[in-house]
Design a protein around this ligand. Structure first.
Ligand code: SF4
Length: 372
């Protein structure tokens, strides 16, 4: 069964086996030794301790360079096609941890061009508008304006285009077809797009006019883009970008990845109100039993439970509290209603604060954006 799953930047389906994915993509596990090394720079982020960020390419090399005084830049991005949900925020919160820990400059790309080319129903004006909407959520996470450059592809293309076409000349169609699973029906813009996605790996080098390492924290579904970038980087006179890969945040339905397309009923958006959030968590898929009596007797199954996944991924940073929730569930000491309520309180506390910061982000938008 596990062989049947598909993970590309444009499609995630089936039951993802993350161990198999490491082999399939040819990445490396973040092992105990690397975790111990990371812990020397500051407290380990829960997503590292819990192996949510679990795989990498050349992270050890990036740290070697950092130790020598050759600091890296960070690159992450967002395809602006709609509102932000909690699954989007996870790698960004981690990017903030990296920025804070290593005082790293972050290039944050908003791919309004990509979403226009890939979504028939969206106009370019709409993807651009979503870009500016989504930027509010990004800024609200607390990135340092002095160390963060936000840009829309269509507004920064003059800077990026010469490098994009140098990349494009080195990538042939058969590679694109093999990596992304495209066929003759894909428009030529989507086939070209990975050349644009390559450029932010080199923006810091372009700006400083010397080779600067780049580290990309992202969902592992994004890895194929950067495999291509890594293949061509040295030929273009840059370092290969390094990557840190996260498992994909599951939806409240218990499916693989929280997705806007999996339906509004199971996806918590950052702008949802209290009542809506409560309802969505109330409807979450759990590992509970059919009756309270049975659950008291047999316990629940946190390993398949989306509520527990939410706590693990984002909402219960305290390892001891998380372990207690796990044990209480297994032992039948906590029922799903109470457990969902506990999660709701944490999610809502986070969102209420986020919405306040999001409203204020409008005033400082220009401190973050770069344009041609
Ligand atoms: Fe999930 Fe909590 Fe129910 Fe256990 S008690 S199955 S962790 S909701």
């Amino acid at each position: 069964m596990t062989d049947e799953f598909v993970v590309t930047p444009y499609k995630v389906s089936g039951e993802v086996d993350y161990e198999v994915l490491i082999e399939r993509f040819g990445t490396k596990r973040i092992d105990e030794q690397l975790l111990a090394r990371l812990a020397k720079y500051g407290p380990l982020h829960p997503m590292l301790r819990r192996q949510i960020f679990y795989s990498h390419r050349d992270l050890d090399w990036v740290l070697d360079e950092y130790d020598k005084g050759n600091r890296f830049s960070l690159y992450t991005g967002r395809g602006p096609s709609g509102p932000i949900h909690l699954g989007h925020m996870m790698p960004w919160a981690f990017a903030k941890y990296l920025q804070d820990t290593f005082k790293a400059k972050l290039w944050f790309q908003l791919t309004d061009d990509e979403k226009f080319m890939f979504y028939d129903q969206l106009t370019l004006e709409e993807t651009k508008r979503w870009g500016y909407e989504n930027a509010l959520d990004i800024i609200a996470l607390g990135f340092d304006p002095k160390l963060t450059r936000l840009f829309l592809d269509t507004e920064y293309i003059k800077t990026m285009y010469p490098t994009a076409i140098k990349a494009a000349k080195r990538i042939n169609f058969s590679t694109i077809r093999a990596v992304f699973g495209f066929d003759n029906q894909n428009n030529v813009g989507s086939i070209f797009f990975t050349s644009i996605q390559t450029v932010p790996c080199f923006l810091e080098s372009m700006e400083q006019k010397r080779k600067v390492p780049c580290l990309i924290p992202c969902g592992i579904d994004q890895d194929p883009h950067f495999r291509i970038t890594r293949d061509i980087a040295e030929g273009m006179g840059y370092y290969k970008p390094a990557l840190l890969h996260a498992k994909l945040m599951p939806s409240l339905q218990g499916a693989n990845k929280m997705s806007t397309s999996s339906g509004n009923e199971t996806t918590i958006f950052t702008v949802d109100d209290r009542k809506t959030v409560k309802k969505k968590i109330g409807n979450a898929f759990t590992g509970g039993r059919v009756s309270v009596e049975e659950q008291k007797k047999l316990g629940g199954d946190p390993d398949v439970c989306s509520v527990h996944q939410y706590n693990t991924y984002f909402f219960e940073p305290d390892d001891k509290k998380l372990a207690k929730l796990y044990d209480d569930c297994r032992a039948g000491r906590i029922m799903c209603g109470e457990c969902k309520n506990l999660l709701f309180e944490k999610v809502w506390a986070f969102l209420e604060e986020h919405q306040r910061k999001r409203a204020k982000a409008k005033d400082v938008l220009e401190d973050f954006f770069v344009r041609d």
